[in-house]
Design a protein around this ligand. Structure first.
Ligand code: FAD
Length: 433
């Protein structure tokens, strides 16, 4: 396939790459999408239980405040289930009554942090952990805030620049109900539906390893050594993965720096099936946060298809569990659920575990996080790119970075930049001829 000439090559068929390609095809451009894995969806993927019921082992939850992903579920007629949230919320290990108050206290710390201007010189060089240590809140509230940050950003609080955390959180403009819905037949089905519209424009098992820029065009070398040429390329992979693609000539220094400012998040997701949602008999919602091990969280994902709990291990705990292996993770999930919900939680009818730590093609999850305290401009530099080379991923979205919604937004924003370059090239050649 060497030598193929397209308007645009998109590297990566996660929601960012698929959404970019979708927008480019709609605008009439000739597009090729090259995906390293043998499937589309990236950090959104489907795994099936023994009885064939499929669930999302990557990104799953969406909400009304996410217009683009909601529109996608309507476009492909994907039925949504409301996440069951009614009932008591458990904090482990401690009496049930304290759960609500420590959650509220952690929310107050989050709101206080988000009122700080990310560019305030008073917080320059401060990590979220250092800022938290200076707060006078009760230790329980601080632990709850740390659990929330490490569970959502999936890196230790001592590594995350406070300015980045604030800036990132402010762009997640929901009313705090990101768990509102999930797609009954998986949200991964939306990625497959988008891929189906691309037909032969999509090539799986085709990693991009090198990009050569010359005379206003790009040559993209794949892992198999094929070379494809195009006018422009969108690298629709997370920044850490993008930093592994070689460039000739070298990318400008600011771009190289911007690509190395990030680390991949670390997360493990477990889906635990039961005959019935027995926790509801005791007035429990199935939502559990662990205090003795920060970054652990569970909630109910039962639908008409199956009764199930999802459990996340995010941040340092995911690294620790991942190092101990699959059997340990399985035993730990079971042990924790039994301790929280009683012996019935041991009657598991199916278990899916997805360890995303060090994932070869997405690096981890939920997203990459800036850990360079000085890298204020990293996102802006990546968004600007070095046309004809453009960068896009959920991390770079103007709204809902690190979410599926953000990936769609980032893909469309990158497509708009590519279309602008394309149209200006057409105008220039028309005026020259
Ligand atoms: C466990 C987990 C749970 C999550 N839960 C939620 C949730 O409930 N709700 C939500 O909104 N979001 C959630 N997220 C986050 C969400 O899934 C991501 O933000 C989003 O899917 C990222 O999409 P993307 O296209 O930017 O990146 P990716 O999905 O990582 O896509 C990048 C693609 O590029 C490919 N690739 C990488 N390198 C190359 C290369 N060199 N050449 C070619 N292809 C390459 C990869 O294989 C991948 O397919 C979760 C993520 C994880 C991991």
């Amino acid at each position: 396939m060497s030598g193929y000439y397209a308007d645009v090559i998109v590297a990566g068929a996660g929601f960012t790459g698929l959404s970019a390609a979708d927008a480019l095809v709609s605008a009439g451009l000739d597009v090729v999408v090259l995906e390293a894995r043998d499937r589309v969806g990236g950090r959104v993927e489907r795994m099936a239980f023994a009885d064939g019921v499929g669930m999302d082992t990557g990104g799953q939850f969406i909400c009304d405040e996410m217009p683009n992903v909601m529109a996608l579920t309507r476009r492909f007629s994907l039925p949504l289930a409301e996440t069951p949230l009614e009932g008591a919320f458990l904090v482990q290990p401690q009496p049930f009554s304290e759960a609500g108050s420590s959650f509220a206290e952690s929310g107050r710390i989050r709101a206080r942090a988000n009122r700080i201007d990310p560019r305030d010189p008073g917080i320059a060089g401060l990590t979220a952990g250092e800022w938290l240590a200076r707060q006078s809140d009760p230790e329980g509230a601080k632990a709850s805030y740390q659990a929330m940050v490490e569970g959502l950003w999936c890196r230790p609080v001592g590594e995350i620049p406070l300015w980045y955390l604030i800036d990132n959180d402010r762009r997640t403009i929901s009313n705090g109900n990101e768990l509102q819905y999930f797609a009954e037949g998986t949200i991964h089905a939306a990625a497959e539906a988008l891929a189906a519209t691309l037909g032969k424009r999509l090539r799986l098992d085709t990693p991009v390893v090198r990009i050569d820029r010359a005379d206003g065009s790009v040559s993209v070398t794949t892992g198999a050594g094929d070379v494809l040429t195009a006018r422009q390329v969108i690298i629709a992979v997370p920044p850490v993965m993008a930093s592994r693609i070689a460039h000739t000539p070298d990318l400008p220094n600011p771009l190289k720096g911007a690509l190395t400012a990030w680390k991949s998040g670390t997360v493990i997701k477990g889906l635990v099936r039961y005959e019935r949602p027995f926790w509801r008999d005791r007035g429990l919602s199935g939502m559990i946060m662990w205090r003795d091990t920060l970054g652990l969280f569970a909630c109910d994902v039962s639908s008409r298809q199956a009764s199930a709990l999802v459990m996340f291990a995010g941040g340092p705990v995911a690294v620790e569990w991942s190092g101990q292996g699959h059997a340990f993770i399985e035993a730990e999930i079971r042990r924790r659920l039994v301790a929280a919900l009683g012996a019935q939680a041991g009657d598991v009818t199916g278990l899916l575990i997805r360890d995303w730590v060090g994932d070869p093609w997405s690096g981890g999850g939920y997203s990459d996080v800036i850990t360079d305290l000085q890298a204020y401009d990293a996102e802006g530099i990546l968004r600007t790119g070095a046309p004809p080379v453009h960068f896009a991923s959920s991390e770079l979205a103007s709204s809902f970075p690190a979410y599926i919604e953000g990936a769609i937004v980032a893909g469309r924003e990158a497509a708009a930049r590519v279309i602008a370059v394309h149209q200006s090239a057409i105008a220039t050649s028309a005026s020259g001829s």
